[in-house]
Design a protein around this ligand. Structure first.
Ligand code: NAD
Length: 250
C-alpha cells in the first residue's frame, strides 16, 4: 500500500496493547494515522506501543477503558475528538474467550463474552457514529472470527458474539452508508497471538492440517487487511466480511 495513505486521519483501536490490536495500531500509524490505543489493564505494554508509534512521527495516546462499559466506551471515543479533533477510523478489536462445552458453560462465562465481544462493538460504534455522521465520513472495521461463520465446538459463547458482530456490521453499514461511512468486518482464522498460544501443541498441529495454506496467520496479516479497509482504496466496500484465514473457510 502506498506510503502515508492515512496521513491526517485519526484512528481508535480497542484492545491495542498486544496481539492483533497492537499490530493494527502500528500499521495504521505506519501509514500516517494518529492513533488512540485503548487498553483495559496492561498500561506498561500499551505505553511501549505508544512509544513505537510516536517514533513513526505521528501522535499516539493510550486510553484506559473497558469496552463492555457504555460510559468507558464514550470516554474512549471522546478522547479522539478531544486530542485529535476527529475520529476517522474505528477498529473494534477488543475480545476475550471463555471456552467450554455448552453442557458445562457457566451463565457468567456466556454473558461475559457477549458483553465484551459483541456489546463492546455496539458501545464504541454507538458513540462514534454520531460524530462520523456529522463529518459525513468514517471507517468502522469490526474484528469478528472464522468461528462466527462456521461455529466451533467449545465456543458457543464466542461464536454467538462473533456471528452477532457480522449481523451488526451489515445492519450498521446499511443505516449509515448514505453518510459516507463504511462498516466492514474481518474474520481472522487462527492467528499467532497470546489468545491462541493457550492452545496445546497437538491442537495447533491439527489446526494446521485444516488450513489450506498450512500455517497460522500473523497479527500483521490481519493488520494489512484492516489498513486496506481504512484506506481510500476501499471506499466502495461496505457491509462485507473479509476472511483472513489461509483459506480455512471458503
Ligand atoms: P489478545 O488476547 O492477544 O488481545 C485482545 C486484547 O483485547 C487485549 O489487549 C485485551 O486486553 C483486550 N481486551 C479484552 N477485553 C477488553 C475489554 N473489556 N476492554 C478493552 N480491551 C479489552 O487476542 P488477539 O488474538 O489479539 O485478538 C484480537 C481480536 O481478534 C479479538 O476480538 C479476537 O476475538 C479476534 N480474533 C483472534 C483470532 C486469533 O486466532 N488470535 C482469531 C479470530 C479472531
Amino acid at each position: 500500500m502506498c506510503n502515508k495513505v492515512l496521513s491526517g486521519k485519526n484512528a481508535v483501536v480497542t484492545g491495542a496493547s498486544r496481539g492483533i490490536g497492537r499490530a493494527i495500531a502500528l500499521k495504521l500509524a505506519e501509514l500516517g494515522a494518529n492513533v488512540i490505543l485503548n487498553y483495559r489493564s496492561s498500561a506498561k505494554s500499551v505505553e511501549e506501543v505508544v512509544k513505537a508509534i510516536e517514533e513513526k512521527g505521528v501522535k499516539a495516546l493510550a486510553v484506559q477503558g473497558d469496552v463492555s462499559n457504555f460510559e468507558d466506551a464514550k470516554k474512549i471515543i471522546d478522547s479522539a475528538i478531544e486530542n485529535f479533533g476527529s475520529i476517522d477510523i474505528l477498529v473494534n478489536n477488543a475480545g476475550i474467550t471463555k471456552d467450554g462445552l455448552l453442557m458445562r458453560m457457566k451463565e457468567e462465562d456466556f454473558d461475559k463474552v457477549i458483553e465484551v465481544n459483541l456489546k463492546g462493538v455496539f458501545n464504541c460504534t454507538r458513540h462514534a457514529t454520531p460524530i462520523m455522521m456529522k463529518q459525513r465520513s468514517g471507517r468502522i472495521i469490526n474484528i469478528s472470527s472464522v468461528v462466527g461463520i462456521t461455529g466451533n465446538a467449545g465456543q458457543t459463547n464466542y461464536a454467538a458474539a462473533k456471528a452477532g458482530i457480522i449481523g451488526f456490521t451489515k445492519s450498521t453499514a446499511k443505516e449509515i452508508a448514505a453518510r459516507g461511512i463504511t462498516v466492514n468486518a474481518i474474520a481472522p482464522g487462527f492467528i499467532q497471538t497470546d489468545m491462541t498460544e493457550a492452545l496445546s501443541d497437538k491442537v495447533k498441529e491439527t489446526i494446521k492440517t485444516i488450513i489450506p495454506l498450512r500455517k497460522m496467520g500473523t497479527p500483521e496479516d490481519v493488520a494489512e487487511a484492516t489498513a486496506f479497509l481504512a484506506s481510500p482504496m476501499a471506499s466502495y466496500i461496505t457491509g462485507q466480511v473479509i476472511s483472513i484465514d489461509g483459506g480455512m473457510h471458503m
